[in-house]
Design a protein around this ligand. Structure first.
Ligand code: GLU
Length: 487
């Protein structure tokens, strides 16, 4: 059996991280088994379509390096891969179900359905269609079907149970008496997700459906549809929920945003892929960083867990830092240049000075977690004055105004003693370390004040290197400015 999986997004907006995690798992499963992965656009809910989503969905996949064998853009033997272009197939399936009496036309008006729901709520009964149109004879249904607006409902079996053998959760049993005669084909001729999914997964020879846990309650509908249409169901794997570190459903605040926002915010695709791949799956008990080749070689559903995965941004930052440190120096330099071009204030001349970039890049590589932090970290290298800061920060860092004055004066005297030629990183370091004895303070106690003076904040690029980069005149001028703030 050739493993065939699909990613079936609805173009209702930019895909978020959880949705893309599903795509990654489906892609990895196909690749790990030498199978095929396809993309299918599920645009049956015409009211919810958002223009541009399909492009953003594909851009998200491409950014992560995900490749598909069949899809709306590349075509394939089961084209079209867009559901709104396949309506005749769903219509034919609905007709087949009606002929077999596994589906029926429902003529109930929205008003009747509203009244029915209100009544059910008042009686504290579970909501669901009451089956009024199920009893209409075939002849009457056909005749009315030609003249009246209607939907097609699937006639669920109401006795017994429907059992799903889920690849992640094992056996899950559903009571049929609780099932509803759901709408399979809407009055506008568009199918619902339930019908379209089955028709397409059969036609496209899908073997494994990987999807979010929120679809688990719909599984009995899908299994009964398979049976009624005379097809063997695909295998199903319902993937675990993704929770925030607060243990609650992932929200915008805890990281549930569009995948491409992560690109904007300075994450590398390798880090994102490795991070998302491990939300619910692991290679073994010890590997914490998964290169893409390893994922595509080793992914298996056996190692997907059913309990929720935690979306921990700090882990993503850690992975991003790891992949940044792995970058070749030239690639890293080009990346730094790109993010400086983008992020430095307009007051900095463009193109951004390549020498400064080249000097700062190795220092940045060790300590950058997100590419979007780069511009802010190096901004101090570009102006004559330090970036603006509140003078109170100097005082606070020193632990008092008099202390701040004492530290800055001592630094000025010592550093002023270095000549233009002697203004090297090592000489600066020696001079500043020499202040420990003179001030009677450990380096870590007074160095934040010098950071603020030079860089506008109490931490940043290593101080000695950056003072060397600034040059004697600028570095000393910044100390004088800081000192002047305190008078
Ligand atoms: N269109 C559905 C969604 O975006 C697909 C679910 C599935 O993979 O079957 O949630």
């Amino acid at each position: 059996m050739t493993v065939r999986t699909r990613y079936a997004p609805s173009p209702t907006g930019d895909p978020h991280v959880g949705n893309i995690r599903t795509a990654i798992f489906a892609w990895a499963l196909a690749r790990a088994n030498g199978g095929q992965f396809l993309v299918r656009v599920e645009d049956t809910d015409q009211n919810r379509l958002v223009p541009g989503s399909v492009g953003r969905i594909m851009e998200s996949l491409r950014w992560l390096g995900i490749e598909w064998d069949e899809g709306p853009d590349v075509g394939g033997p089961h084209a079209p891969y867009v559901q709104s272009e396949r309506l005749h197939l769903y219509r034919a399936a609905a007709d087949q179900l009606i002929a077999a009496r596994r589906a029926y036309r429902c003529f109930c008006t929205p008003e009747r359905l509203d009244a029915m729901r209100a009544e059910q709520a008042a009686q504290k009964q579970p909501p669901g269609y009451d089956g009024l149109c199920r009893g209409i004879t075939a002849a009457e249904s056909e005749a009315r079907g030609r003249a009246e607006k209607h939907v097609v409902r699937f006639a669920m079996r109401k006795e017994g149970q429907t059992a799903l053998n889920d690849l992640v959760r094992g056996e899950v049993v559903f009571e049929n008496r609780l099932q509803d005669d759901f709408v399979a084909l809407k009055s506008d001729g568009f199918p619902t997700y339930h019908l379209a999914l089955i028709v397409d997964d059969v036609d496209m020879r899908i073997t494994h459906v990987l999807r979010g846990e929120e679809w688990l309650p719909s599984a009995p509908k899908h299994l009964q549809l398979y049976e009624a249409l005379g097809h063997t169901p695909t295998l199903f794997a319902h993937l675990p929920l993704i929770l925030g570190p607060d243990g609650k459903k992932l929200s915008k605040r805890t990281g549930d945003t569009a995948l491409l926002d992560y690109r904007e915010n300075g994450y590398l695709p390798e880090a994102m892929l490795s991070f998302l791949a491990m939300l619910g799956w692991s290679l073994d008990d010890k590997t914490s960083i998964i290169p893409p080749e390893e994922l595509l070689r080793s992914f298996s559903i056996e190692r997907v867990v059913s309990n929720p995965a935690v979306f921990d941004i700090q882990r993503l930052d850690y992975l991003n830092g790891h992949y940044i440190r792995e970058m070749a120096p030239e690639t890293w330099r080009a990346t730094v240049a790109e993010w400086c071009e983008r992020g430095l204030p307009d007051t900095v001349a463009r193109p951004v000075n390549a020498e400064v970039i080249a000097a700062a890049a190795p220092l940045l590589q060790e300590r950058t977690a997100k590419l979007s932090d780069i511009a802010d970290t190096v901004a101090f290298l570009f102006g004559y004055e330090a970036p603006e800061y509140a003078p109170a920060v100097l005082v606070e860092r020193a632990g008092g105004e008099a202390e701040a004055v004492r530290i800055l004066d001592a630094a000025l005297v010592t550093l002023d003693g270095l000549s233009e030629d002697g203004w090297t990183r090592d000489a600066i370091e020696a001079a500043i370390r020499g202040l420990e004895g003179e001030l009677g303070l450990k380096l870590r106690k007074f160095i934040p004040v010098l950071y603020v003076a030079e860089q506008g904040k109490a931490q940043g690029l290593p101080l000695f290197d950056s003072m060397a980069l600034l040059g004697r005149q600028r570095a000393l001028q910044r100390l004088r400015t800081a000192r002047a703030h305190l008078d």
